[in-house]
Design a binder for this molecule. Structure first.
Ligand code: MN
Ligand code: MN
Length: 323
């Protein structure tokens, strides 16, 4: 255990150092300065980094996303007023470090991450992954499926990510949910994309996505009907199933998240994403990821802080559901 980390008492979770004694820009370089997984006897939720971006179709750089999100997470504070919870007082949260995967062989990387995530689910109930490009969602979903059976996917993204292949490659950041659907690991009639917008290669992209069984709550739907309507539609869709929440940071407008691989103007605000997540408290979320943070395109840590906030919202949702 880091000698700077603190526990509120014997048997209680160990959290980050006291920010009134160790300023937030100092201390451990873990997510939110939480203890490392190897330094706690047990944990409820692990934060896992996956520095991988060999599956991108446009700008690279998300391999540096995990360290950027950890850096952006240093500003987080303990208490979440909207959910009235202090996540690291309710749950033992821990940073499981990064999984090193093959940068030159995507299928090998997918297999390596599946093994690592499956092993991690033997140790902790829930995993929040900080990526990495969206390719990594497939092995993470496979690991969640092995633990829980068919998974409802709530997928925040400007893009469908249900394309079949790029340049003959079947494992890319634009194809994970097509592969997951084909493999039967998604409960498709209770899965949804949220935040889809802008332009695709052809109308066929949408008809194919519908044929696979996904539903869409688009960015324009949210702009016209508001976040409460989006929450109702997602909750109606998901029901009681085990849920995996996948957040591509490009669901946010480039004004809020410029540091990403495939930016799309006209997106959600960070606040809209937060509000929708608050509305999903109580769903049986078993895993989540925040992907596509590419710090070389970022300014003033906007994107890495947005990624850190999204991860913290998920941790707070877990804590709220457990308290
Ligand atoms: Mn995207
Ligand atoms: Mn994506």
């Amino acid at each position: 255990m880091s000698d700077e980390s603190r526990s509120a008492g014997p048997g209680l979770p160990i959290g980050p150092p006291d920010a009134t004694r160790v300023p937030r820009y100092a201390g451990p370089d873990t997510f939110a300065r939480l203890p490392r997984l190897q330094d706690v006897s047990r944990a409820d939720v692990a934060i896992l980094g996956v520095p991988f971006d060999s599956g991108v179709s446009y700008r690279p750089g998300a391999r540096f996303g995990p360290q950027a999100i950890r850096a952006g997470s240093k500003l987080l504070r303990s208490y979440h007023p909207a959910l009235d919870v202090e996540p690291w007082k309710v749950l033992q949260l821990a940073d499981a470090g990064d999984v090193a995967v093959n940068p030159f062989d995507i299928e090998e990387a997918v297999a390596e991450l599946q093994v690592a995530a499956t092993a991690l689910y033997e140790q902790v109930a829930k995993i929040v992954t900080i990526g990495g490009d969206h390719t990594i969602a497939l092995p993470l979903l496979r690991a969640a499926y092995a633990q829980h059976g068919p998974i409802s996917l709530v997928h925040f993204d400007a893009h469908l990510d249900t394309w079949d292949s790029y340049f003959g490659a079947r494992y890319t950041h634009g194809t994970p949910f097509r592969r997951a659907a084909e493999e039967g690991i998604l409960a498709l009639d209770s899965s949804a994309h949220v935040g889809i917008r802008n332009y695709v290669y052809s109308p066929h992209d949408f008809s194919e996505d519908r044929r696979l069984g996904f539903a869409i709550v688009s960015t324009l739907d949210i702009a016209r009907r508001g976040v409460d309507d989006a929450i109702d539609r997602v909750r109606d869709r998901v029901g009681e199933h085990p849920v995996y929440v996948s957040i591509d940071i490009d669901v946010l407008d480039p004004a809020h998240a410029p540091g990403t691989g495939t930016p799309e103007p006209g997106g959600l605000t960070t606040r809209e994403l937060q509000l929708i997540l608050h509305g999903l408290v109580g769903l049986n979320i078993v895993g989540a990821d925040i992907v596509e943070v590419s710090p070389a395109y970022d300014h003033a840590e906007l994107t890495s802080m947005a990624g850190a906030v999204a991860a913290f919202e998920l941790l707070a949702m877990f804590a709220k559901a457990a308290s």
